[in-house]
Design a protein around this ligand. Structure first.
Ligand SMILES: Nc1ncnc2c1ncn2[C@@H]1O[C@H](COP(=O)(O)OP(=O)(O)O)[C@@H](O)[C@H]1O
Ligand SMILES: [Mg+2]
Length: 239
């Protein structure tokens, strides 16, 4: 793979709670490319969220290298890591994490405003992405006026608006029914086909139908990387 979007090398992360030391990540090495839909599966407590947090620069590993969008996160301070996140990385959670008092458009526009976009530019970009995720006409609705699946779509639009090409999703379908789960995974698949690096951590097996690569996390160690070639199945030949 040339020029991966995410490159993790020998990363370990330990937590100490009281006298107990927990190894959340134990020598993880992996590279994820643009245009790839990657699933990381594993039991609760295996280290999935820890891996996403390290890639997002929310946690700094005790050892190892994390390169994201050509930035060496371990060598950056908290403010610089937040800046990489704001410009390059979108996060999606099980709960939509939308601000309840803001409309869908305002929620998507918020990180763009934080990047210095004008209100008009941010609103235009937000509307374009809301249309792309299937919410045209719903830009003015507040989260309470949307279904769970629609709220996740807003969260996905917020994650990728403004040209962010890395989307990290932590159990994004954990609160959704099976039909809505497939709709959301199809949307993430389409974003990957457009060049976004999509990393989904989950214990939901259905993600296998959509992912190019499925990794398994167990006790902080990553294994597998099976090529499931979902994109080859859904979009024809995929060199
Ligand atoms: N902030 C923290 N403080 C102490 N231990 C933590 C913290 N975050 C995670 N852990 C521990 O690290 C391990 C991996 O957790 P996590 O990455 O959340 O796993 P998963 O997302 O797969 O459920 C678990 O043993 C968990 O208890
Ligand atoms: Mg987790």
């Amino acid at each position: 793979m040339s020029d991966p979007a995410i490159h993790v090398q020998d990363v370990s992360l330990r937590f100490s709670s009281g006298s107990e030391a927990v190894t959340a990540l134990d020598g993880v090495s992996v590279a994820f490319g643009h245009g790839e839909f990657v699933a990381v599966m594993g039991a609760s407590g295996s280290g999935k969220t820890s891996m996403l947090h390290v890639i997002a620069g929310l946690e700094v590993p005790d050892s190892g290298v994390v390169r994201v969008a050509d930035a060496d996160l371990a060598g950056l301070g908290a403010n610089a890591r937040a800046d990489v996140r704001l410009h390059e990385i979108g996060l999606v959670f099980q709960d939509d994490n939308l601000l309840p008092m803001l409309t869908a458009q305002e929620n998507v526009a918020l990180p763009l405003r934080a990047r210095g976009w004008t209100a008009a530019q941010a609103a235009e970009e937000a509307d374009a992405w809301l249309g792309r995720v299937g919410l045209a006409g719903m830009e003015g609705r507040r989260p309470v006026e949307l279904s769970g699946g629609q709220r996740q779509r807003v969260g996905i639009a917020r994650a990728v608006a403004g040209g962010r090409r890395i989307l990290l999703a932590d159990e994004p379908t954990g609160a959704l029914d099976s039909v809505t789960t497939r709709e959301i995974l199809s949307l993430l698949r389409a974003l990957a086909d457009d060049g976004v690096c999509v990393v989904v951590v989950t214990h939901d097996d259905v993600v296998r139908d959509y992912a190019d690569h499925v990794w398994t996390m167990s006790d902080g160690r990553l294994s597998g990387g099976t090529d499931t070639s979902a994109s080859a199945l859904t979009t024809g030949s995929h060199a």
